[in-house]
Write a protein that binds this ligand. Structure first.
Ligand code: EPU
Length: 420
């Protein structure tokens, strides 16, 4: 296993290109199960999670060929309807093969993904949606077993205690596109990744209205065909670079970034004193020498993304004054507090709030990556800190950031990958 060593205190400079979106790639790859035709997916990020989804597709009977910048998925025989624990348990995104397998085969057996360090992460909304289409669901031996002779369109309210669910919306959309009749999803997730999935399904011949809004209307079709599709850029990676620029007091040009997907972050960053310029798909970040403490509460899109909460906390840890960070999507997603405190931050948890008393400086320390976004927060802290930070267990970073160490080196950071 590798660790990341960062010599902190150097500003970043130059231009960086954002990769394709991880959280759009995973359901889009799953959606290729809905057709026997060839699908070509471009701009997929080269990530551990992408590879896990490819392994899962292969285990389900698909042929997957990797080109330089595209993934080609084709069929050679019947699909297998069982998504094994070994693969699904390593990545929650794999659970979204449930909808397409059920729609295509009339049956699916998919391992429950289980909880993880960011929270319990139940799947009740996924099951509620699929059941509403008329599937019979049983949970047995850690697997969700879904069966349906004929699925039928339905009117489903998919909101939960924490708002809409991204992957439950994806699962239901993918089940509904081949389902007889009209399905209306109320309180659907509005995240850009859901819009990306809808665009891919439409390119395959699906009939979907309302993508990007809380009401999605799907009219089932008999068959979907193959498609050639380019994944949108990763808004969380772009957001992470914006926060990195602010934390290291740098000016940065971020290419292949969609400004309108990042409005909630940009609003909070402007409040803190960071300036932005936008030009088509380029965001220029101009950082002030001193920032103002700024509080943030995460919500489903278009609110402030939970996937940028840890990174923003690292920035506020370095911004003298008090800010309050609240996660309304994953109220327990605070595992990074202890690691940031190891670097000299002064953060305490009070219920679902993190109270950040910003300090003037953080100091390099050995720290442990616990999940993907928490790891990104540690990288930000390490880049800004005085001295050397060693981040252990960086496979978490490899799940979601394409060649982050190479990109950071390109921007002038002193970052090295070493064997443990
Ligand atoms: N929830 C339920 N029941 C469900 C599903 C979700 O109560 O059946 C709750 C969750 O526990 C959470 C809230 O609803 O409190 C929202 O969860 P959601 O279902 O939207 O999360 P997800 O679809 O499992 C995706 C991303 C996550 C991201 C969340 C929220 C993928 C592969 N994952 O997960 O990304 O944090 O949406 O935006 O798309 C990451 O990239 O680091 C990551 C964790």
């Amino acid at each position: 296993m590798d660790k990341l060593v960062i010599e902190g205190g150097y500003p970043l400079k130059g231009e960086i290109k954002v990769s394709g979106s991880k959280n759009a790639t995973l359901p889009i790859l799953a959606a290729t199960l809905l057709t026997d035709d060839v699908c070509t997916i471009r701009n997929c990020p080269k990530l551990r999670d992408t590879m896990t989804m490819i392994k899962l597709l292969r285990s389900l009977g698909k042929t997957v060929d990797m080109g330089k910048d595209e993934i080609i998925i084709s069929s050679k025989g019947d699909l297998n309807y069982i998504a094994e624990y070994k693969l699904v348990s390593t990545m929650r995104g794999s659970f979204c093969v449930l909808g397409p397998l059920l729609a295509k085969l009339g049956k699916a057996k998919v391992s429950l993904p289980g909880g993880c360090v960011i929270g319990i992460r139940p799947v009740d909304l996924h099951i509620k949606g699929i059941k509403a289409l008329g599937a019979n669901i049983e949970i047995e031996g850690g697997y969700v077993i879904a069966k349906a002779k004929h699925l039928k369109g339905a009117h489903v309210y998919l909101g939960g205690g924490f708002g809409s669910s991204v992957l439950a919306t994806a699962n239901l959309m993918m089940a509904a596109v081949l389902t007889n009749g009209e399905t209306i999803i109320e309180s659907a997730a509005c995240e850009p990744e859901i819009e990306d999935l809808a665009n891919f399904l439409i390119a395959m011949g699906a009939k979907i209205k309302g993508k990007g809004t809380p009401q999605i209307i799907i009219n089932g079709v008999k068959k979907l065909h193959g498609a050639d599709y380019k994944i949108s850029s990763d808004r969380i990676e772009a957001g992470t670079f914006i926060v990195m620029a602010a934390a290291t007091k740098s000016n940065l040009v971020i290419r292949n970034a969609n400004y309108s997907h990042l409005l909630a972050l940009i609003d909070r960053m402007e409040e803190a004193g960071v300036k932005f310029e936008k030009d088509y798909n380029v965001i220029k970040v101009k950082c002030a020498k001193t920032l103002k403490p700024t509080s943030v509460t995460t919500f489903p899109y278009p609110g402030f993304p939970t996937d940028l909460q840890a990174q923003f906390m690292a920035l506020m840890a370095l911004t003298p004054g008090v800010s309050v960070i609240t996660d309304k999507v994953y109220p327990d997603r605070f595992i990074h507090i202890a690691e940031l405190n190891r670097m000299g931050a002064n953060i305490r948890r009070e219920g679902s709030n993190a109270i950040v008393e910003g300090v003037k400086k953080l100091y390099g320390a050995p720290v442990m990556a616990s999940d993907l976004r928490a790891s990104a927060a540690l990288v930000i802290a390490g880049l800004a800190a005085q001295g050397k930070t060693e981040i252990h267990r960086i496979y978490h970073l490899e799940r979601g950031y394409e060649e982050l160490d190479e990109k950071l080196k390109f921007l002038g950071a002193k970052v090295y990958r070493e064997k443990e």
